[in-house]
Ligand binder design. Structure first.
Ligand SMILES: Cc1ncc(COP(=O)(O)O)c(C=O)c1O
Length: 371
């Protein structure tokens, strides 16, 4: 079956190249190659000497070892390097899901987390995060969705688009159910390292043999153009996903592999830079949302760089609001309708502080005309 059109990606692709103020992005402010080399105290010559060949399909050994070092009790054998977290999510859906299986997905969701399972013929059930519950994951609701055919539960911690976080105790409960009932838990953790909070649970794969963690260089590291992600899980799953990867992308670029090693070897410094930008922008944004509380309500994100406010004005759709902001002021946001949530919009606050504050000022002008 064909997967459904990927609404968020199509919206972004249509608008982001011409947007003057992109407040729709989900990644930290991107690094230049030069900045990255400087942080890693590496000469440009080293990069220039790299051969642009095929890379090993699983990712280079040093990169896999480096990734594994962040996941206690895991080794390179547990790591598959992929073309972005997107490919990891795609491969895992194909490896784990068969027609008729029940797949339960935290919802709203980044569409890759359920549309591929749907296309595989799964019976996808949505575990709704309700805004009147402050987007807090409600375990009772999840328990009611689990049935005898449940093969996979898909989590996203911290969550896109709401910024909600599933706490460690709830995650452990779900993983206990997984072990008892035999289903898998795919935990997309692409925003995990952007959490300057102790609310964030450990990487799921370190808590249970039934959990798989998906990570990426895109969001927390600000290196989305490397197109480099991974999953960490049982070696048997790495083996099965490898069989699919031979047919998808064969390998990532060796240049990306190399630059990712530089970034991961300097993780502390890179994440500290990105969290500082996000904190500064969030300070501006929280004030801005307060100022416009006549127009919007929102739940403050617990981690990550995304917030998912909703419009109080009856009859104004998220799409109309976002299209107006784009057409009139050149500010790009994402309509909640792209997540199946009418009347919401998603705003990302990882961008460079100057673009972010100017973008908010432009939105001010647009909002004043809406009142
Ligand atoms: C939850 C989630 N998973 C995966 C991705 C894809 O990330 P990558 O750039 O690593 O492919 C995104 C991108 O927005 C995302 O939000």
């Amino acid at each position: 079956m064909q997967p459904s059109p990927f609404l968020v990606e199509r919206w972004l692709n249509t608008h982001e190249q011409v947007a003057r103020y992109n407040l729709a992005e989900t990644d930290a402010q991107p690094f230049t190659v030069q900045e990255l080399l400087q942080i890693a105290h590496t000469s440009a010559q080293e990069l220039l000497d790299k051969s642009i060949s095929y890379n090993p399909t699983l990712g280079s050994d040093p990169l896999r070892e480096l990734i594994a070092s962040f996941y206690p009790n895991h080794s390179a054998d547990n790591v598959l390097v992929t073309t972005g977290a997107m490919e990891a999510d795609f491969l895992l859906a194909n490896v784990l899901v068969n027609p008729g299986d029940t797949v339960i997905v935290q919802y709203p969701a980044y569409q890759a987390l359920y549309s591929i399972a749907e296309a595989r013929g799964a019976n996808v059930k949505f575990w709704q995060l309700a805004r009147d519950e402050g987007f807090k994951p409600n375990l009772n609701k999840l328990e009611q969705l689990i049935d005898a055919n449940t093969k996979l539960v898909v989590l996203n911690i911290p969550h896109n688009p709401t910024g909600a976080v599933l706490n460690e105790s709830d995650l452990r409960t779900i993983l206990n159910w997984a072990e008892q009932k035999g289903f898998w838990v795919l935990c997309d953790e692409v925003y995990h390292d952007l959490a300057a909070t102790d609310k964030i649970p450990p990487y799921a794969c370190t808590l249970s043999p039934k959990a798989i963690s998906v990570g990426s260089m895109s969001k927390a590291y600000g290196l989305s153009g490397l197109r480099l992600g991974w999953f960490v899980g049982p070696a048997s799953l790495v083996e099965k996903a490898w069989q699919w990867k031979d047919y998808t992308t064969i390998s990532i670029s060796p240049i990306s592999d190399y630059l990712a090693q530089l970034a991961l070897s300097n993780k502390k410094q890179i994440i500290a830079r990105n969290i500082a930008i996000a904190n500064r922008n969030w300070g501006l944004l929280a004030n801005w949302l307060k100022k416009w509380s006549r127009l919007f309500a929102y739940v403050p994100p617990e981690a990550g760089i995304l917030v998912f406010p909703w419009l109080k004005q009856p009859g104004l759709s998220g799409t109309d609001f976002c299209q107006g902001a784009f057409d009139e002021e050149g500010v790009l946001l994402v309509p909640g309708e792209a997540f199946g949530q009418a009347g919401h919009f998603r705003l990302g606050f990882g961008a460079d502080c100057e673009t972010f504050s100017t973008g908010l000022a432009q939105l001010d002008r647009y909002c004043s005309r809406l009142e």
